[in-house]
Design a protein around this ligand. Structure first.
Ligand code: BGC
Length: 499
């Protein structure tokens, strides 16, 4: 069952079949193949199956809340911001493909001022050469870029001579050992910075490289980017209890009662932390859940089998921007080889793994022209064919893209429902009493992929209604620039606590 909303915006889904204009020697017709792909991708998307996935995910969460050093990682942040905190901070955001250094002003509720403002920002691309820097070399590169930002020609306006308090949003797992330190865990996303530094203190590694350059900075707070998103959204909306990142990577953070996690999960924390904390911000690393729960197709299984870390992040493989284009590519290649798509010709570079950018399939979904002309141009530019694709070929690609992204939106809703249910039961609340919960959302897929957020919201509404919640009690709210803002909010929460 698909929500009626989907049928309204994509009437082509499940619509009448097109008859191909060319007869080709191939194993089956493109229409037969299309029907098979549609059946396989849509079969698990009814509300009953999605609720069953949510229940099984919850069952996978519980043992990890008791013991695991790679997921359900408690931060040191136990209070959420009030939104009144003020100050100016240096915010660092290490993402999968960009390192950003920004000066962030938090103005609280001061009349006439924006509550959060980026006054300066430099953005540095992380290409394969940077991703391949091993151990200290990566942190030295970070320090160099911080220096270029705060000591460059415009740097004077960043720095009035006093030590700059820094907050870091880290888009990788980290086992926190204090508010400003954490043990470096496997990074994924092709990074080699953990070679020779695995298990070392992330705050110290960065500060050592900064000190070698005599930078007048101090690391005050480290948070994962999903937790940063929650802090940033909570600064503006005090009903925020969950946050989601869905771009190249995928993750979620949730604010839970401390009692939801085993005492051993908190490591060696001072008793004073435990005395003050009744809740804790948890980096779930949701990408690592879902194995044997979220149904896969043969194309997902191929992707996983060829992956450098098979089974490491099964949920991420089904929903994130790094993989949506790749799943579509695998379906298309089979269609070329067995059902005559593109006249049986493999488009240029399409046989290379990860060559079909998720940005291109997004264009297929947003192109509402009668001839799919924008989609055609984007595809032909990246993957030229000897003859331009026919309209039938283009509409096939569009349909496959819709099937892959709709499944991602539905599975994501099941994952959010599972975390929402976990939180409700940990708080001892029944779904009807949970009240409105805002979910801060950040990342290119959830923010920009056509219709994705609305589609996910519509699945989420259906699932939470069936669980007995008030209508629209869980709301996906965009949290723009949340990693940068959250890194700064992390520092100011610390200052509030220490004041
Ligand atoms: C990482 C998370 C991160 C997420 C979003 C995942 O691959 O494991 O730590 O939060 O990507 O950037």
């Amino acid at each position: 069952m698909l929500p009626s909303f989907i049928q309204a915006i994509f009437p082509s889904l499940g619509g009448p079949k097109r008859i191909r204009d060319v007869v080709r020697a191939c194993d089956r017709s493109l229409e037969d193949y299309r029907s098979e792909v549609q059946r396989l991708f849509e079969a698990p998307l009814n509300a009953k199956s999605l609720l069953a996935m949510s229940a099984k995910l919850q069952a996978q969460f519980y043992p990890k809340l008791q013991a695991s050093n790679i997921c359900m990682l408690p931060s040191y942040n136990h209070t959420l911001p009030t939104g009144d905190e003020q100050g100016t901070y240096l915010a660092l955001d290490v993402g999968g493909s960009t390192f950003r250094v920004a000066l962030v002003e938090l103005n609280g509720q001061s009349a006439g001022a924006e509550s959060m403002r980026i006054t300066h920002m430099r953005s540095f691309r992380i290409d394969n050469a940077i991703r391949s820097l091993k151990g200290h070399a990566f942190f030295d590169w970070m320090a160099l870029k911080i220096e270029e930002s705060i000591s460059g020609p415009e740097g004077k306006s960043w720095n009035n001579g006093s030590t700059l308090p820094m907050g870091l949003a880290w888009s990788f797992p980290v086992e926190q050992t204090s508010i400003r330190s954490g043990m470096l865990l496997s990074m994924g996303k092709g990074f080699l910075a953990t070679e020779g530094t695995l298990g070392q203190d992330l705050g110290e590694l960065i500060m050592k490289s900064c000190q070698e350059r005599n930078l007048n900075v101090r690391m005050d707070s480290i948070v994962n980017d999903a937790s940063a998103t929650l802090l940033s959204r909570a600064y503006k909306d005090n009903s925020t209890r969950l946050a989601l990142i869905l771009g190249t990577g995928f993750n979620a953070a949730v604010h839970l009662p401390v009692s939801a996690l085993a005492h051993s999960k908190f490591g060696q924390r001072p008793q004073s932390w435990h005395d003050q904390a009744d809740h804790v911000l948890v980096n779930t690393e949701l990408s690592m859940f879902g194995k044997d729960i979220l149904p896969t197709t043969r194309w997902d299984d191929t992707l996983n089998a060829n992956h450098t870390h098979p089974d490491f992040q099964p949920f991420e493989h089904l929903v994130s921007g790094r993989y949506l284009g790749e799943i579509v590519r695998l379906v298309l290649l089979e269609a070329v080889r067995t059902a005559g798509l593109f006249g049986g010709e493999v488009p240029d570079k399409l046989s290379e793994a990860y060559s079909l950018d998720t940005g291109i399939i997004a264009i297929f979904e947003s192109d509402d022209s009668a001839s799919l002309s924008q989609a055609c141009t984007a595809f032909q530019t990246a993957h030229p064919l000897s003859k331009p694709p026919t309209f039938s070929d283009l509409s096939f690609v569009r349909h496959i893209s819709q099937l892959v992204s709709h499944r991602a939106a539905a599975y994501l809703a099941a994952g959010i429902h599972a975390l929402w249910s976990l939180r409700a039961s940990a708080e001892g609340l029944s779904p009807s009493c949970v009240g409105r919960v805002s979910i801060g959302c950040n990342g290119s897929v959830i923010e920009k992929y056509p219709y994705f957020k609305d589609l996910c919201q519509s699945y989420l509404d259906e699932l939470t209604d069936l669980s007995g919640a008030e209508p629209h009690s869980v709301v996906l709210e965009p949290a723009v620039e949340s990693a940068i803002f959250g890194a700064a909010v992390g520092v100011c929460c610390l200052e509030e606590r220490e004041a």
